[in-house]
Design a protein around this ligand. Structure first.
Ligand code: GLA
Length: 372
């Protein structure tokens, strides 16, 4: 058992005075390139982190769910309740309730009994490392374990995404849930967010270059409207250009006069079209061992997210700019939804060692969710 599984197990036993029937883990993620493209049916290239979330679960004996997480007050919630009543300190429980409902709907099983759930996580919250998807996928995987089912990874990711849309009010794309289900040690995963086909891309050898994460210290939420506004701008742009999704637009279309009256839609088109092609070039560069080109594409990606799509923040911009100027740094960019959180850099090994001494985190790409 890992430390985190032990923590979830102990929390369960101490709080509920009994043993969990199933325990499962799911990782957080760092996205190497391809942000704000998944909801436009484009391409992304995330890697699963060694940080994650563990859910320990058993049936309860009544008409209420009971949830406990380290450092949080216990939540008791009626089985047929309205998740909107979960606010403030209890808001995190919406993700758990949402996954329970969506899992039962997917498997067409009546939900007539409460669950007991204990959760332990070491993914920093609001840091762009996908703590929410790690929680959702850990719970969905634990439910599989408890009921002796195997939900296929793509189906599991989709039901978790529905839970986030319907219960947490965040219109997220599919990247975070899918990488949490399909991550592979030592690899990033090239995801086609239309076909949902996932293709492993090996990370560079440690004596060539390393991926390192640095915290800006700024925290964000995805339910404050800024994320939803970007998604809406992509929808408008696709409509104006007459395509199903911005995935179908090309560089020539971005210059279309039809976009002139909608600056948000134009920015969305410009960002998504450029970013999709950068993801594919980045994957090619990684496969060819060309870390210098890969780093350059990360820099271009940050510039587009910050200057065109406006999802960065001054602290992330300053950190990325400082890193980009350092010798031995091949590329640096924000990662995830943006507005703060961590940044990711591709650096030479001597620089990685120095950065880690200063508090940065070396990327060790991990496997996806599993029953513990
Ligand atoms: C959040 C969402 C993802 C994705 C990223 C930005 O993490 O959950 O679906 O849109 O932002 O790339």
């Amino acid at each position: 058992m890992t430390d985190l599984s032990t923590r979830a197990h102990t929390l369960f036993v101490d709080h509920f005075n009994g043993l969990p029937a199933a325990t499962a883990s799911a990782p957080g993620r760092v996205n190497l390139i391809g942000d704000h493209t998944d909801y436009a049916e484009g391409f992304v290239l995330p890697a699963a982190l060694a940080l994650g979330c563990v859910g320990a679960i058993a049936h309860g004996d009544g008409a209420r769910h009971e949830f406990i997480a380290a450092d949080r007050r216990p939540v008791s919630y009626p089985v047929g309740g309205n998740a909107e009543s979960l606010t403030g300190d209890e808001r995190w429980a919406r993700y758990v309730v949402g996954v329970i409902h969506e899992w039962h709907a997917h498997h067409q099983r009546p939900l007539d009994r409460g669950y007991r759930v204990a959760v332990a996580s070491d993914v920093p919250l609001g840091a762009g490392l996908s703590s929410s998807a790690a929680l959702e996928v850990a719970i969905a995987t634990a439910l599989d374990g408890l009921h002796g089912c195997v939900t296929a990874p793509v189906e599991r990711a989709l039901l978790c995404q529905r839970a986030e849309h319907r219960y947490a009010g965040v219109p997220c794309g599919i990247m975070d849930q899918l990488i949490a289900c399909t991550g592979r040690a030592d690899h990033a995963m090239l995801i086609d967010c239309r076909s949902l086909v996932v293709d492993p891309v090996r990370l560079p050898m440690a004596d060539d270059a390393e991926l390192v994460l640095v915290d800006t210290g700024v925290r964000h939420r995805n339910d404050d409207g800024a994320y939803a506004a970007r998604r809406e701008a992509c929808r408008r742009a696709a409509m104006i250009l007459g395509v199903v999704a911005l995935r179908d637009a090309d560089a020539a279309m971005v210059d279309s006069p039809a976009l002139c009256d909608d600056a948000g839609a134009r920015a969305a088109a410009l960002h998504v079209v450029g970013e999709n092609s950068r993801v594919l070039s980045f994957a090619d560069a990684m496969r060819a061992g060309d870390v210098v080109s890969a780093g350059g594409l990360m820099n271009e990606s940050h510039d587009s997210l910050s200057r065109i799509y406006r999802v960065s923040c001054p602290e992330a911009d300053a950190l990325v700019q400082r890193l980009q100027c350092e010798a031995g740094v091949l590329g640096a960019r924000m990662t995830g939804a943006g507005f703060g959180g961590w940044v990711v850099a591709l650096v030479r090994p001597d620089v990685a060692a120095r950065m880690v001494e200063g508090g940065a985190m070396r990327l060790r790409a991990a496997d996806g969710a599993r029953v513990c």
